[in-house]
Design a protein. Structure first.
Length: 225
């Protein structure tokens, strides 16, 4: 089994989705906060926002949807969880085989020498500039940047191997991630779990309308029965 998750699964943990009503992108310009150009122009602004996001992630707790997926992994010999989220909630819930397509906010990396530092306490503004002449940036895939190739290839392989694929809480608008549930899923039976219609709804085999925190525990119970 393969699972692809988006920000919708974390919304019930108190983290807003990017493209839903009230989502983060409605109040901030993407070019300012999530692009190499924006970081070059104003790294302090970018880090102010990412420090706020990191703090929100730290305060949030995995919900019943995250927990159900963590328990579901033990029911399958081959189970891969692919996520577009950077909040680490899947790992905190106990999921083991997690591929983070868009990076995470656990670390920062230097643009010059690739040195890394923990974001456990956030990024101090006076520590953005590194001794090598580079700058520490979030270990996030920004708009216009390629996905990490090792993670992407592992995600493609997991999708192609899968007999069943769950697509949970994603809008289906972000590529190439959305292609995992359409172009690369081979003969998999694709199940979408989302309270709203998405760009993928027409392409899946079954749609379960409801939140991840409600539907996934019910699905887990059925798998165990």
């Amino acid at each position: 089994m393969a699972v692809l998750t988006g920000s919708g699964i974390s919304s019930e943990s108190g983290l807003p989705t990017f493209r839903g009503a009230g989502g983060l992108w409605r109040t901030h310009r993407v070019e300012q906060l999530a692009s190499p150009e924006g970081f070059e122009r104003d790294p302090r602004l970018v880090w102010t926002w990412y420090n706020e996001r990191r703090a929100a992630h730290h305060q949030a707790q995995p919900n019943a949807g995250h927990d159900a997926l963590a328990q579901m992994q033990d029911l399958f010999g081959d189970f891969t969880l692919i996520t577009q989220n950077v909040d680490s909630l899947h790992l905190r819930a106990g999921s083991r085989r997690v591929l983070e397509l868009h990076g995470n906010l656990r670390e920062a990396r230097c643009t010059g020498c690739a040195a890394r530092r923990s974001l456990e306490d956030g990024m101090p503004m006076d520590a953005i500039d590194h001794a090598c002449g580079g700058r520490f940036r979030p270990d996030i895939v920004w708009f216009g940047e390629p996905l990490p190739q090792d993670v992407w290839h592992a995600a493609m392989e997991a999708s192609m191997r899968a007999d069943v694929m769950l697509v949970v809480g994603t809008s289906g608008m972000v590529y190439p991630a959305a292609a995992l549930a359409t172009e690369f899923c081979g003969e998999a039976f694709v199940v979408e779990i989302n309270p709203e219609e998405t760009a993928l709804s027409h392409a899946v085999d079954v749609t379960l309308r409801g939140s991840a925190a409600t539907v996934l525990p019910e699905l887990l119970a059925r798998l165990r029965s």
